[in-house]
Structures are given as C-alpha cells and as structure tokens.
Design a protein around this ligand. Structure first.
Ligand code: CAA
Length: 249
C-alpha cells in the first residue's frame, strides 16, 4: 500500500479550514489540522468529531504568527506524520475598524496572522517539497484583498499581499514540481462573517450576484481541485469563489 500524502491545513478547525480538511480527507489525503494553542478545547472537540466520523484528520498546535512556534509545529508533524506534500495556509483573523479607529495592535495582529504567517509556515515545508520534487501550496486570500473593503485596511492589505507571495514563490519552485496558488473566497457562512453587524451583512449580501453567502464546502472544493496531482500545470493563479461579488479578469 502506498503511503497517503500528508496535507497540513492551518486554521484547520475554523469554518473554511475544517471544510478544507474534510474535503482533502475525502480525496484520500492524510490531513493535519493546525490550530492556535489558545484553541486547545475547541481543537480536541473537533478531533473527537472527526474520529467519530472515521475521518483521516489529526490536529496539531501552532501559532502561525510566530516563526519559532511554526518551527516546533513542523518538527512535531514530521515526527508523527512524515513529510508534508500539501500545505494550505488558511489561518486568518479580522479586526474590522475604519483606519480612523484602528490601533497599531489591530494592524500588526492582522498582518502577522494573515500575511507574515505565509513566511512563517511555508518556510518550514517548501524546501522539503522542492527536494522531493513534488508539492502543493494553496494560500487562502479573500475577495476583499482584490476589491478592498470599508473597515478592513489591515485585512485587505494582508490579503492582497497573500497573492504577491503566491506569484513570487510560484516562479521560484515551478521547476521542482511544486505549484503555488491562491484561492480568494467571498463572504462565507462562518463565525467570521457572523461577527459582521446584521445590517451591514444584509447590505453586503444584497450586492452578491448569486444572492447569498458561500457555504464553506464551496470554498473547500476549489482547494481540493488545486491540491490534486492532476492540477500540475496550474500555478501562480488566484481563483475567486465569490458569488460574483467582484468580477475581474
Ligand atoms: N461605504 C461607505 N461608507 C460607509 C460604509 C461603506 N461600505 N459603511 C459605513 N459607512 C459610513 C456610515 O454610513 C457612517 O457614516 P456617517 O459617519 O456619515 O454616519 C460611517 O461610515 C461609519 O463609520 P464608523 O467608523 O463609525 O463605522 P462603524 O464603527 O459604524 O463600523 C465597521 C465600521 C466595524 C468596519 C463596520 O462597517 C463593519 O463591520 N463592516 C463590515 C466589514 C466587513 O465586510 N468585514 C468582513 C468580515 S468577513 C471577512 O473578512 C471574510 C472575507 O474574507 C470576506
């Protein structure tokens, strides 16, 4: 029996992240869901759920905003599961405020978790992928990184930066069998969007041509497609799944 490929999903117990874990497990990957050390209880509960469903998903703790924490997380994964072939950088936070009200901490926290994490995490695994001659890196951005969003200067800047990282790294590792792509979800039904004030949320949904928010599974499907071996010729792209909220080339 050949060993299953290992997929790490950061933010793996979150709304979109846990759906991505489910999709990848269904596609035959051995999945590891990363979670923030402060979310131990939620992660254990999620693990129980996955175990009850016989899903091939384990959990690992690590703070994506900290390089040293990511180094420790990578070591733990290597020891327990072996080399990682698929990395999904999905961990993200919001601290929505107009720039007028935004504090330095609001800015730095979002930039650290949503953008600097790409360096902190990807750096741990990409050399292993290029050495092995195979890998998939999939970075989760947002429609708001493409169009900007009122109240999200921090988040929009970080999410726009995600695709800059993708485009540059894609060129560096293409010859070694590693693809690097971005998926930009639109508004998706998760705890993150539940935090938007109801009146604002209704105004946003009214602007979505499809007429509703996405389900997390609709985002996970795109990630599963890019993670497939057969997606070998797709690299450096940014695939939108935003219900038509921002239509562009
Ligand atoms: N465009 C223009 N003006 C707007 C506006 C908009 N979209 N929204 C509000 N305003 C105006 C208001 O009418 C008000 O004007 P007046 O002062 O003249 O009355 C003013 O801006 C309000 O400014 P405040 O600084 O007082 O804003 P607030 O404190 O009421 O709320 C906010 C600001 C918290 C950012 C709130 O607007 C909000 O939560 N917006 C949603 C942001 C959002 O979409 N977040 C996405 C989260 S999910 C996610 O990020 C996932 C993903 O990838 C999609």
């Amino acid at each position: 029996m050949t060993k299953k490929m290992v997929a790490l999903v950061t933010g793996g117990i979150g709304g979109i992240g846990s759906s991505i874990c489910g999709e990848l497990a269904q596609k035959g990957f051995h999945v590891v869901a990363g979670y923030h050390p402060a979310e131990e209880a939620q992660a254990q509960a999620k693990l129980k759920e996955w175990q009850a469903a016989a899903a091939n998903i384990d959990i690992v703790s690590g703070d994506v905003a900290s390089f040293s924490s990511c180094t420790a997380m990578a070591k733990a994964i290597q020891q327990k599961h072996g080399a990682v072939q698929v990395l999904v950088n999905c961990a993200g936070i919001t601290r929505d405020k107009t720039l007028k009200k935004m504090t330095e901490d609001d800015w730095i926290s979002v930039l650290n978790v949503d953008l600097n994490s790409l360096f902190n995490v990807t750096k741990q695994f990409v050399d292993g992928m290029t050495d092995a001659g195979y890998g998939r890196v999939i970075n989760i951005s947002s429609v708001n990184g493409k169009k900007g969003q009122f109240g999200q200067t921090n988040y929009s800047a970080a999410k726009a930066g995600v695709h800059g990282f993708t485009m540059a790294l894609a060129q560096e590792v293409a010859r070694k069998g590693v693809t690097v792509n971005t998926v930009s979800p639109g508004y998706t039904e998760t705890l993150m969007t539940k935090a938007i004030p109801v009146d604002v949320s209704q105004q946003i949904v009214a602007q979505i041509p499809v007429g509703r928010m996405a389900q997390p599974e609709e985002i996970a499907y795109v990630v599963g497609f890019l993670a497939d071996k057969r997606a070998a010729y797709i690299t450096g792209v940014n695939i939108s799944a935003n219900g038509g909220l921002f239509i562009s080339f």
